[in-house]
Write a protein that binds this ligand. Structure first.
Ligand code: 13P
Length: 382
């Protein structure tokens, strides 16, 4: 069966299938311009199309990537062979999705805060996106932590809009990804991030209930609970995982099939290690996966900007990030990398020691195997 023929519930489940997650490639015009500028590229329509085609055609990436969130321009574009992007992706078993909000704008009555626009005309746009091949949608709301913020006004208005978007998406037969993002810029500690995330998630799920949104047919996309980026006391991955899972346990009903995290400005490595720690805690009722933008694309974008004709190198970077993130999504990223490092070092040492003696070589082979086993056992969490 084609991925585009799945019903909404199966689509939601397929997006968070074990070992897989979502690529967010839905950067708006100002955002992609910022990303391209950071690597010295001009944001022309052709550059945007060619760059995204490079990502979408990466051989083997479908083993780790279940879906791709597209931007309005991208869902209407095609590969160099004329195949429309949604078709190109679904032929590879990757579900096409679409960002449908029109960005966070100044919220009248709440100085410095934002609410997301895009509800006007949304019913018609959803019907068109479905026609173009999209099977899921995304709407992002942002909440900044500061003195007195986010205000109750900001939290309430955005929660109502997220639920309106979700109800309309489900009416159109599309799976909504609800994205309340608590921004991690600032000097606040991790407990403050947890308090604000608690409050935002609680308000969003109350509003989803009021507006009759089916929890089984949606995904939550949210921030990891982190120390503010400028906080002098940076939480370890274990502490980050503790607060993140605690927020979810307190506010996300078990009927929701999955939570996908945004990377939110963390480096590729940090986002991966944190996702790994979250999954290592185990025992959660939802799939805990990823929907990263920057943390999946940064290396690939750098490589592509460095040599746009060397598609294979850029695709290799993307494939490596996707595979590492998919390992973190099952909590095996660190275990596997440490085990391989230990086994590799021991093998090398034993190879040197075993020269000239087949007995010591055989004995020596047991050490890396035992080391591998021990590492796996030590790192296994209850
Ligand atoms: P980042 O992972 O770069 O935060 O992007 C995810 C996203 O889709 C933001 O809306």
């Amino acid at each position: 069966m084609q991925v585009t023929e799945l019903d909404p519930r199966s689509t939601a489940q397929a997006l968070v299938a074990p070992g897989k997650g979502i690529l967010a490639a839905d950067e708006s015009f100002p955002t992609i311009e910022k990303r391209f500028k950071s690597v010295g590229l001009e944001s022309t329509e052709d550059n945007r199309r060619t760059y995204r085609e490079m990502l979408f055609r990466t051989p083997g990436v479908e083993a780790s990537i279940s879906g791709v969130i597209l931007f309005d321009e991208t869902i209407r574009q095609a590969g160099s062979d004329g195949v429309p992007f949604p078709e190109l992706l679904s032929a590879r078993g990757i579900i096409p999705g679409i960002k449908v909000d029109k960005g966070a704008k100044a919220l009248a009555g709440a100085a410095g805060e934002k609410c997301t626009e895009g509800l006007d005309g949304l019913r018609d746009r959803l019907a068109e996106y479905r026609e173009l091949g999209a099977r899921f949608t995304k709407w992002r709301a942002v909440f900044a932590i500061g003195p007195g913020t986010p205000s109750e006004t900001c939290v309430h208005v955005n929660a109502v809009e997220l639920a309106r978007f979700a109800a309309l998406s489900q009416e159109a037969g599309l799976v909504p990804i609800i994205e309340p993002e608590v921004l991690m810029d600032g000097t606040h500690d991790i407990e403050s991030s947890a308090d604000v995330t608690d409050h935002v998630l609680q308000s969003v799920f109350e509003e989803l209930y009021i507006q009759h949104v089916h929890l089984e047919d949606l995904l939550l996309k949210t921030n990891m609970v982190l120390s503010g980026y400028a906080c002098p006391d940076q939480a370890t991955p274990d502490v980050t995982a503790f607060w993140t899972v605690r927020c979810l346990q307190r506010h996300v009903p078990v009927a929701v099939p999955g939570v996908v995290f945004l990377s939110g400005g963390q480096s590729e490595e940090v986002a991966t290690v944190n996702l790994d720690a979250i999954n290592q805690r185990g025992g959660h009722p939802w799939e805990l996966s990823f929907s990263f933008g920057r943390a999946l694309q940064a290396s690939a974008l750098r490589a592509w900007a460095n040599e746009p004709t060397d598609i294979a190198t850029a695709q290799g970077e993307f494939l490596r990030r996707a595979a590492d993130t998919a390992a973190a999504r099952t909590g095996t990223f660190q275990t596997v990398s440490i085990a391989f490092t230990v086994a590799g070092v021991l093998l090398l040492a034993l190879r040197i020691l075993s020269i000239g003696s087949s007995v010591s070589f055989l004995l020596g082979l047991m050490f890396p195997l035992l080391a591998l086993l021990a590492t796996l056992l030590i790192l296994r969490r209850p």
